[in-house]
Structure formats: C-alpha cells, structure tokens
Design a protein around this ligand. Structure first.
Ligand code: PLP
Length: 393
C-alpha cells in the first residue's frame, strides 16, 4: 500500500491568504466602487531595470542562433553569474570562491530544499513571527520545531541563550514580517552560539538590499566564524525585482563541515541530482542585475520603496503606534491599538480606511496582535494610505 508522507497532514491548511481574499471580496460586495489601498502585499511592483531587459533580449537572440545557442548548463549555475555574485560579495569584503556559490530559482526553493541534507531527527529553531515556509518545510519532514518568540522587549530580534537546544536555526535579517534587522554585534552572538553548540544557521538574506544602517550586515558571512556554521540563502527577488523571474543563490562555505563531512560536497551532489539548473536567459538577467550599472538602476526602485517606508513610519509615529521596521526592510510591523488582534485591526482598517494590511497571525503564534504593512505600493497609494491611517486611528 502506498504510504504518504504524514508530515504534510500536520500542516495548518493554507487558508490565511484565502481568508484575506474573502474578506476583501466581501467588503467590495458591500461597498462597490470604494477604492482599496493594498498596503500588505509582499511583492514588488516596479518594473525590471533597463539593463536587465537588454541582457534578456541579447540572451534570447543568442538562443535563436546555432553559433551561440546554449543547451543544458551546469546544474549549480554558470561561471558568469557566479563571478557576478563573487564580485557582489567582494564589495562587502566577503571573499567567496565560485564553488561556494549555487544558483537557484529563488530563496523559497532552497530554504526548503537544503533540508535534504539533514536528518528529520534534527531539531529546528524558528524565530517567530517568521516567513511561513520555514515551519511548513520542516513539518513536511517531521522535524521538531522550537519557537523563539520575538517580543517588543527584544525588538523582535531575540538573541541566543546557552540553554537553547537545537541543531538547526533559521535567521532572517532584515526580517519578513517584522522589518527588524540584527546589528553586527547581535548577529555575532548567534554565530558564536552556533559555533559553541555545533549548530547550523540557515541565514535568509532575501532583504539585504534594503539595509540602510551601517552596523547591519548584508551577509552573515561578513562575521568572523560564520563560514564554519552558516549557509546563506538569498535571492534577486527583492534585490532586483525578480519575483516573477525566479533567480536566487545559496552560499555553502567550503569550511562548513558536520562530523567531518563537507556540506558543500553534499549540496553539490544534491543539486546535480535534483535539478538541471536555471535558464540561460535568467542567468544573463541576473548577471546584468548585479553589475555596477544594474545595481545603480535597482537602487532607484529600492530608494523609492524605502521612501514609502519613511512615509508610513512617520504616520505611525505621529499616532504613537509601536512598530518595528520601515528602515532596513520593506515592512513595518505594528502593534495593534487597544489590544486588538491582528484580524480585528485588519477589519477595522478595511472598514474605516479601506486599507488592506496583513494580520500578524499569518506568521506564527507570536504574530497575534500585530499587523504587517509593506512598502511596495505606489507612492500615491502609500501617501494616501498614510493619510487614511492617521484619520482612522
Ligand atoms: N525569504 C523571505 C523572508 C521572504 O519574504 C521571501 C519572499 O517573500 C522569500 C524568502 C522567497 O524569495 P524568493 O522569491 O526568492 O523565492
């Protein structure tokens, strides 16, 4: 008899975004013609940089000519894109070798797939609230989850303590959904803890391009010792607006060993088995996005999202609401007024201000009582949203 993986049956039904959609549909039915401002969405809205579009056009033409056509490419990515990533890290004084970089179809893919390397007996520490895929991917494998809650007291940036018992830990900085980001000193505490405990950090750097503060590291590999206890998983989704393109990368340092076994060797073996890599056109697009000119053009979009963060932060501050984020990440995480639940405040903002946020309950138990706003709406909608927010509060 076929036996399914029962880990899938332990998952919470994926009703969260469905429920938001149903609430919006019901509101629109009750109030036809009222314009909603979508300030909760975690997807980029600005088009790709011109240099990326040009690179894709060139790559498409190459694929139409026998002399320049590419078939299968190396499973772990092309040298030209790896070189671009190595150079990107070198600008942050992180020295990588090409064989430490693995090209992927995005961070979501590798955040789950990397778990192939670890037995289900390992425990996993999640700092919550968290990007929901961390918990789900581990529950699918039947791994035990340990939850370390973010709170206003720790600024949603909990630190390790010697009694924390786990083998794997996900860290996401800057964080989705809280927008909070670890400083160099705080992140070093995690690295030192992981080394002492022989734990492994799975570091999600998807939002590194938004960092504004000089003492917030873009990569965990900037910190001494991280090359022996951390894997970094990142993406061009938010760095270069690639959410609809699908391109990311994972860095597995050569010095990373578990019981003498090289995780870099294991991951290479895994990739050469389970994927045939990413398309040539996408990799040329990624190379262009990470070039000096690509980064200059991407920066224009990121600065625009960042300005939205400033507008929303000013509005929340003027109303005396407690929040994190809005500076090093495209999210603001606010404490709902009057002890309301995230869902209750979501409904109040929808009814009174026609603003759609994201209830904190969608990001784990410690998200209850919070709401996430994002900076990806247009400038006009963000300004209008800030005005409506101030009026409704
Ligand atoms: N990690 C975090 C924290 C995210 O918020 C997201 C997407 O929103 C991802 C990873 C997924 O990124 P990608 O588009 O590269 O799969």
């Amino acid at each position: 008899m076929i036996r399914i993986n029962e880990g899938y049956l332990s998952l919470t039904p994926a009703f969260f975004f469905t429920k938001i959609g149903e609430e919006i549909a019901a509101f629109e039915k009750r109030h036809p013609g009222k314009r909603l401002l979508h300030l909760g969405v975690g997807d980029v809205t600005k088009p790709l940089a011109p240099v990326v579009i040009e690179a894709m056009h060139r790559a498409v033409s190459e694929q139409g000519d026998a002399a320049s056509f590419h078939g299968y490419l190396p499973e772990t990515g092309t040298d030209f894109l790896k070189e671009a990533i190595v150079a990107y890290y070198a600008r942050r004084n992180v020295t990588l070798s090409m064989d430490e970089v693995f090209i992927s179809s995005g961070a979501a893919d590798d955040l789950g797939a990397i778990l192939h390397l670890f037995s289900p007996e390992n425990r996993v520490l999640l700092i919550e609230p968290a990007y929901p895929a961390y918990a789900d991917a581990n529950q699918m494998d039947g791994r035990k989850l340990i939850r370390l809650p973010g709170t206003p007291e720790n600024g949603f940036l909990p630190l390790p303590s010697p009694d924390l018992q786990t083998e794997l830990v996900y860290l996401c900085s800057p964080n989705n959904p809280t927008g909070a980001a670890y400083t160099r000193g705080q992140l070093q505490q995690w690295v030192d803890w992981a080394k002492a405990r022989q734990a492994l950090i799975l570091f999600d750097a998807a939002y590194e391009a938004f960092i504004a503060d000089a003492d917030v590291p873009h990569s965990i590999l900037e910190l001494p010792g991280a090359e022996t206890c951390a894997i970094e998983i990142s993406s061009l989704s938010k760095t270069a607006g690639f959410t609809g393109m699908r391109l990311g990368y994972t860095v597995v340092p050569k010095d990373l060993r578990v019981n003498g076994v090289s995780l870099n060797d294991l991951w290479r073996r895994d990739r050469c088995t389970r994927t045939n890599g990413v398309s040539y056109i996408m990799q040329r697009a990624g190379e262009a996005a990470l070039s000096e000119e690509g980064q200059r053009q991407n920066r224009v979009n990121i600065d625009c999202y960042r300005e939205n963060g400033r507008i929303l932060s000013d509005a929340l501050r003027s109303e005396g609401l407690w929040f994190t984020g809005g500076r090093n990440a495209p999210y603001l995480w606010l404490m709902c007024p009057d002890g309301m639940s995230g869902w209750a405040f979501f409904s109040r903002l929808l009814e009174q201000a026609q603003i759609v946020g994201t209830p904190g309950e969608g990001f784990g138990p410690s998200g209850a009582g919070y709401l996430r706003l994002s900076c990806f709406a247009s400038r006009g909608d963000t300004e209008e949203g800030a005005r409506r927010l101030m009026k409704a509060l």
